[in-house]
Structures are given as C-alpha cells and as structure tokens.
Design a protein around this ligand. Structure first.
Ligand code: MG
Ligand code: MG
Length: 264
C-alpha cells in the first residue's frame, strides 16, 4: 500500500533530509586515505543525534551502524569497520535520518584521488542515470518509466543493473511501497501520483549484474568483484512538479576531490 504524504509531511521530510545532507557533508570532509570506515560512522552518528535526529539504519533489522559503507566491489550494506581507506578506492556512503517521525535516505559514492578513468566513468554515468530516473518521476508517469530510464542508459555501456535491491517509498517507515527497481519497462508498474515520496537509487556494476551476499547476512558484493556505484536521492511528487527533497549539495561543497562538474 502506497502511503501518500501531505504537504506538511513533505516539509518535515525535507527538514529530515537537511540534517541528512549535512551529516553526509561531515563524512565527506573526513574521507581520505588512512581513515577507518568506522570513524566515518561515528562522525555521522554523532552529527545526526546532535541535530535532533536519530540514525535510521542503526538497529534496522539488526543493522549495527548509522552508515552503510560499501567499498569498491561492495554494492551496498557494507558494515563500517577497521578498513582503512586507500588511494583510488571508491567509497559508497548510504545514510538515513529519522526526524519528527519521518525518515530521509540518500547515498553518494566517493572516488578517492588516483581512481582509474574507467571507474570514474562508472560513477559519472551512475550519477547521470539517477537524474534520468528523476526526470521520469512525475505525476501521471509510472514507476516503470523511472526504471527504464535508469536501465536503458547504463546498459549501453555494458554495465550490470543490480536486480536484488531497489529504490522504495519513504515516510514514517524507512522502506515503504512502492518498490522502485532500476530495471523495467516503460508504462508498467504503479502510477506515480501527487503525495508520493520515494527514493531512486541506481546500484550499477561495472561488470556482471550478479551479486553475492556475504556470510554476515548484509554485505552485498559484485559476483565478479568489479566495482559498483550507488547514488540515491528522494523525490516528492506534486501535481505540477517534482521536488528532490534530499541534497548532495553540502557533500559537493565539502568533498575535496572535485570529480564532477556541478551541472545538477
Ligand atoms: Mg534507500
Ligand atoms: Mg539509502
């Protein structure tokens, strides 16, 4: 069941997303070689709590941390750990905030300096696919239009679109209906209507679309151990427009390595 949000609820979600965007930026400032991923988690956890929120992911079905940190061939749901970030890694940081009863959820993949040009292209194109998906997220379209936009763009480069994990509605629960797959057909799926708030989050692999789950029950890796990128925004649908309610702006102001031009 898709739970529609009132304009007032969308405003609260935007407040939640402001805390989230700034928490991401604090993490962005700290990402450099030698830093342990668990140190990033501490930064986000403290920032969210200091600003009146709670980390949505911590204790979610037993997830241990405020952040999912997924390095290189880890697609999503990696645990923050003692792993020390290295030059030329890519680090995906996914974070959620609960504030005044409403969740926000967004993700960003950071290339470290020294990353190879092919990996950088994977990130650029995954980022681009997110915005192609967002462009289709409007009242009257169908979820399949969003899915198709993401899939058809990235597959032309030979990339694999992860099937097992999808975008989702967001509200009082972190994961609500509808599911928003990154693959699908135009004109199929639930109709997009005013009041819907959902996350679009392409998870795109450089190689095979196949993924494997680690024994920890969470960590998802690519089947061929090639890198994977992940970017996520939430949108709110209005009759006459769509608003991106999450922000990567603070991230892009804060992260030292300016790897993409800020056209979006
Ligand atoms: Mg999400
Ligand atoms: Mg997320």
């Amino acid at each position: 069941m898709i739970r529609l949000k009132s304009a007032e609820e969308v405003e609260i979600i935007k407040e939640s997303a402001q805390i989230l965007g700034k928490a991401h930026a604090e993490v962005a400032k700290a990402i450099k070689p030698g830093v342990k991923t668990k140190d990033l988690d501490k930064i986000a956890d403290e920032f969210i709590r200091d600003n009146g929120g709670t980390p949505s992911f911590k204790n979610y079905h037993g997830f241990p941390s405020a952040l999912c940190i997924s390095v290189n061939d880890t697609v999503v749901h990696g645990f923050p750990s003692g792993y020390e970030i290295r030059e030329s890694d890519i680090i995906s940081v996914d974070c959620g905030v609960k504030y005044k009863g409403f969740h926000s959820d967004s993700a960003y993949t950071y290339p470290l300096e020294g990353v190879g040009p092919e990996v950088l292209k994977l990130l650029e194109r995954t980022y681009e696919s997110l915005f192609l998906g967002i462009a289709q997220a409007k009242a009257g379209n169908r979820i399949g239009d969003v899915s198709f936009a993401v899939q058809s763009y990235v597959e032309q480069f030979g990339y694999g679109v992860v099937r097992e994990l999808v975008g989702h509605g967001v509200g009082k629960d972190l994961h609500e209906d509808p599911e928003v797959p990154n693959y699908g057909k135009r004109g199929k799926g639930p109709k997009i209507a005013a009041g819907m708030v959902f996350a679009i989050e392409p998870m795109i692999n450089m190689g095979t679309k196949k993924v494997i789950q680690e024994k920890d029950g969470w960590t998802i890796k690519t089947g061929d151990h090639k890198p994977s990128a992940h970017f996520e925004h939430m949108v709110a649908i209005f009759e006459d427009r769509t608003e991106i309610v999450t922000t990567h702006e603070y991230i892009e102001d804060s992260y030292k390595f300016k790897w993409r031009s800020k056209s979006q």
